[in-house]
Design a protein around this ligand. Structure first.
Ligand SMILES: [Zn+2]
Length: 270
């Protein structure tokens, strides 16, 4: 082969390398692990979406106190390639309320949480991300996250989607388990079991750990850390096979939502 042909092949290969999908070249999807030169190369030209896991620490029946942190982080890892996003470091402290008095648990105040998360969202915008997808693991955070999605997207040219992963996928709990779930109930227990079985302490389990949620009485500390969405349903079942099926369906449904929302933002020029 003569030199000219070799040079032509090299030029073509060089050009092709610029259009190779991001996941084939980038060695990590986590902002924590990437170098600024790499981030400059990828964001926003090839990746303009960031996943922001948000959670808290509070008791969860027989799974880890940090379950609301574990799940958004794992979901971010599973979703980052399919939705072509990077992953921001987790925000691990949130609005733990009536479960805060349990061992190893506490919450931060609403004002502190709000101010902190707002600055993180603005920071991610300054890092040139166009789409911020908040993967929330803890219910009481949601009100503030919604307020901030509105505020920050009004003040900056950035689009924000906040998702309560377990609530958005409650139809999957019904599909796989034929019943409603619960906080640290059959669904959340399954999710943790599917990602890391060592975080499930089955030996501590007793149905006494569970109470149905209700609107007619309230106690703090709440006298149960498994909170059933429907009386008589949602008790953990420790079925590893079903847990795997449940989690895969959850990831697929989240992937579809994120892609749909981003494509509508783009389509409508928002
Ligand atoms: Zn939880």
């Amino acid at each position: 082969m003569n030199k000219k042909i070799i040079m032509a092949i090299l030029i073509i290969l060089g050009a092709l390398s610029n259009v190779v999908p991001a996941e084939e070249q980038i060695y990590s999807r986590e902002l924590n692990e990437l170098n600024w030169i790499e981030i400059q190369k990828w964001v926003p030209s090839k990746i303009d979406t960031v996943l922001l896991p948000v959670g808290t620490i509070e008791p969860h029946g027989v799974i880890n106190n940090g379950a609301d942190n574990t799940m958004p982080e794992i979901l971010a890892k599973r979703l980052s390639v399919p939705v072509n996003a990077l992953i921001a470091p987790l925000i691990p402290y949130g609005l733990t309320e009536s479960l805060a008095p349990y061992p190893g648990a506490f919450g931060i105040t609403e004002n502190t949480f709000k101010a902190y998360v707002e600055e993180v969202l603005i920071g991610l915008y300054h890092c040139k991300f166009k789409n911020i997808i908040i993967l929330n693991g803890h219910g009481p955070n949601y009100k503030i996250l919604k307020e901030l999605a509105v505020k920050v997207s009004h003040n900056y040219p950035v689009r924000i989607l906040a998702i309560n992963w377990w609530a958005f996928t409650d139809d999957i709990t019904r599909e796989v388990y034929k019943q409603e779930g619960g906080h640290a109930g059959i669904n959340e227990n399954a999710a943790i079991m599917a990602v890391n079985p060592s975080l499930v302490r089955k030996e501590y389990y007793s149905p006494e750990l569970a109470l149905p949620l209700n609107d007619s009485w309230f106690a703090s500390p709440y006298p149960a850390s498994i909170l059933l969405y429907k009386e008589g349903e949602g008790y953990p079942d420790f079925d590893a096979k079903k847990a795997e099926i449940y989690l895969n369906k959850v990831v697929n449904k989240l992937e579809k939502l994120i892609k749909d929302v981003i494509s509508k933002w783009n389509k409508f020029g928002l």
